[in-house]
Design a protein around this ligand. Structure first.
Ligand SMILES: Cc1cc2nc3c(=O)[nH]c(=O)nc-3n(C[C@H](O)[C@H](O)[C@H](O)COP(=O)(O)OP(=O)(O)OC[C@H]3O[C@@H](n4cnc5c(N)ncnc54)[C@H](O)[C@@H]3O)c2cc1C
Length: 409
C-alpha cells in the first residue's frame, strides 16, 4: 500500500494556471481562425480525399504543440534528465484531468504531449537519437507514431510478422503495420519488430525510423468511429536503420512497447476524470435549462438519478486511479524490468476508467435527449470516443487478464 500523497503538488497548480492562460491567449485565436476556415473543428475535422485529417486542422494542432512546447507545457510527463517536466504519475493525473476538463474536445488538447509527442519508451534512445528525435519531439518540431499492431496481430503482440535483420552494423526492416495513430503525418516511427524469433519476450526490438526513409510507405487511412482521419497503415520494405536507432538494447522491444502502452493506459485516469467532469457540468447545466411540463428536467428524479450515476462513476474512477497512480509512483511506473506488482495496477486504471467513462458518456447523451445524438455535439463525439477507449492500448479483456495474473502469481 502506498504512503505517498494523491494531492496536487505546487508545481501542478503552477502548470494548470499556466495552461489556463495558454488556452485563453494562445489557443483561442487559433480556434477562432480555424472556425472561419470551413474545415470542420478540432474534434470533427473535415477529411481530405484520402480520408486523412484536413491539412489545415492538422497544422492548427501542430501550431498548438509548438506553442505549448515553447511555453514549457508540452512534455511534463517526460523525465527531467532528458528535458521533460519530470512529473510523477499522480501529478500527471491532475494535469491530464485539468487539460481534458478545460480543453474539452478543442484544439487545446494538442497542448499536452499525446501519442504524437515524446513517450516514456523513447527516453531510452541513444545519445545520437536523442538529438535527432527526442529533442525535436519535446520541442514540438516533429511528431511521432507508435507502430506495434499489424493487420493480423493486435493483442497477440509476440506473433507479429515485421522482421528486422542485421546488415553490418545496420538493421533492415521488412513488414507492415496497421491501426497506427498519426501514421499519415508522423516524422519519426517507433517501430517494434522481431529480431530473434522464438525468444519470447526477448524476441522484439524497438527502432526509431525516419518516416521519409527509403522503403517506408504510408498506406491507406483506416476510417474508424472516431472519424478523425488519423489512423492508418505503414509499409516497411527493406528499410535501413543505423544501430544508433535501436532503442535501449536489442531484445528490449517488448518491455519498451509495454512502457509505451502502459503510459497510455495510465493516462486514462486523468483523461476520463477530466472529460467526465466536463460532461457532468454540461449535463447539470442542460437539466436546469431544459423544461418539461413547465419545470426544469432537473426537478425530475429520473434525470437526477442520471446525474447522480454520472457523479458516482466519475468519483469512483478518479479515486481508484489516483490511488493506483500513487502506488505506481512508488513501484516505478516505467522501470525496465517493471516491478511485478505494477501491471495489475496499470490495468486496473484502464479497465475502471474505460468502463465507467462509457456509462458516463451514455448518460450524458441521455440527459441531452435528441440534442445529445446530434452529429458533432460533444456528447455524441465523446460517446464514440468512450466506445473506442475499450479497445486501443489493450482491450478491457486483456486488462482483466493482467489483473488476474497479478492476483494469482
Ligand atoms: C483508433 C485506434 C487507434 C490505434 N492506435 C494504435 C497505435 O497508435 N499503435 C498501435 O500499435 N496500435 C494501435 N491500435 C491498435 C490497438 O492497440 C488494437 O486494436 C488493440 O490492441 C486490439 O487488437 P485487435 O484489434 O487486433 O483485436 P484482437 O486482438 O483481434 O481482439 C479481438 C477480441 O478478442 C479478445 N482477445 C484477444 N486475445 C485475447 C486474450 N489473450 N485473452 C482474452 N481476450 C482476448 C479481445 O479482448 C477482443 O475482444 C489502435 C486501434 C484503434 C482502434
Amino acid at each position: 500500500m502506498h504512503s505517498g500523497t494523491v494531492a496536487a503538488s505546487p508545481r501542478v497548480t503552477d502548470y494548470t494556471s499556466r495552461f489556463a492562460t495558454f488556452l485563453d491567449t494562445e489557443v483561442a485565436p487559433l480556434t477562432e481562425a480555424l472556425s472561419g476556415a470551413g474545415v470542420g473543428t478540432a474534434w470533427n475535422p473535415a477529411l481530405d480525399a484520402d480520408g486523412r485529417m484536413h491539412a489545415q486542422v492538422w497544422e492548427a494542432r501542430r501550431e498548438v504543440q509548438r506553442r505549448a512546447a515553447k511555453a514549457g507545457l508540452f512534455s511534463p510527463h517526460i523525465s527531467a534528465e532528458v528535458g521533460g517536466g519530470g512529473f510523477s504519475r499522480v501529478e500527471m493525473q491532475h494535469v491530464e484531468e485539468f487539460v481534458y476538463r478545460h480543453a474539452g474536445l478543442g484544439l487545446g488538447l494538442a497542448g499536452l504531449g499525446w501519442t504524437e509527442g515524446a513517450s516514456p519508451a523513447i527516453e531510452h534512445c541513444s545519445d545520437a537519437a536523442r538529438g535527432r528525435y527526442l529533442q525535436p519531439l519535446l520541442d514540438g518540431e516533429i511528431t511521432g507514431a507508435f507502430c506495434n499492431t499489424e493487420t493480423s496481430v493486435g493483442t497477440d503482440v509476440l506473433a507479429m510478422q515485421t522482421r528486422a535483420r542485421r546488415d553490418g552494423s545496420d538493421w533492415i526492416i521488412d513488414g507492415h503495420k496497421a491501426w497506427i495513430t498519426n501514421s499519415h503525418f508522423a516524422d519519426v516511427l517507433q517501430v517494434v519488430a522481431v529480431t530473434e524469433a522464438d525468444a519470447g519476450t526477448r524476441s522484439l526490438t524497438m527502432f526509431l525510423v525516419d518516416a521519409d526513409a527509403p522503403g517506408v510507405s504510408r498506406g491507406r487511412d483506416i476510417p474508424t468511429m472516431l472519424a478523425d482521419g488519423l489512423t492508418g497503415e505503414l509499409g516497411f520494405d527493406g528499410v535501413r536503420v543505423p544501430a544508433e536507432n535501436v532503442v535501449r538494447e536489442v531484445g528490449d522491444g517488448f518491455a519498451l512497447a509495454m512502457a509505451w502502452i502502459n503510459w497510455r493506459r495510465m493516462c486514462r485516469g486523468g483523461m476520463c476524470a477530466g472529460w467526465g467532469a466536463w460532461l457532468l457540468d454540461r449535463a447539470v447545466a442542460r437539466s436546469r435549462k431544459r423544461t418539461s411540463g413547465g419545470r426544469p428536467i432537473a426537478d425530475l428524479q429520473a434525470v437526477q438519478h442520471l446525474l447522480a450515476d454520472m457523479d458516482t462513476d466519475i468519483y469512483a474512477a478518479r479515486a481508484a486511479s489516483l490511488l493506483a497512480q500513487a502506488e505506481l509512483d512508488e513501484l516505478g511506473p516505467f522501470d525496465i524490468p517493471l516491478h511485478p506488482d505494477a501491471p495489475r495496477l496499470v490495468s486496473l486504471i484502464k479497465v475502471v476508467n474505460d468502463e465507467a467513462f462509457f456509462r458516463v458518456a451514455d448518460r450524458a447523451v441521455q440527459v441531452h435527449g435528441g440534442t445529445g445524438l446530434r452529429l458533432g455535439s460533444p456528447e455524441e463525439k465523446l460517446f464514440r470516443v468512450a466506445r473506442n477507449l475499450k479497445i486501443p492500448a489493450g482491450t478491457v479483456e486483456i486488462q482483466r487478464n493482467a489483473i488476474a495474473r497479478g492476483l494469482l502469481r
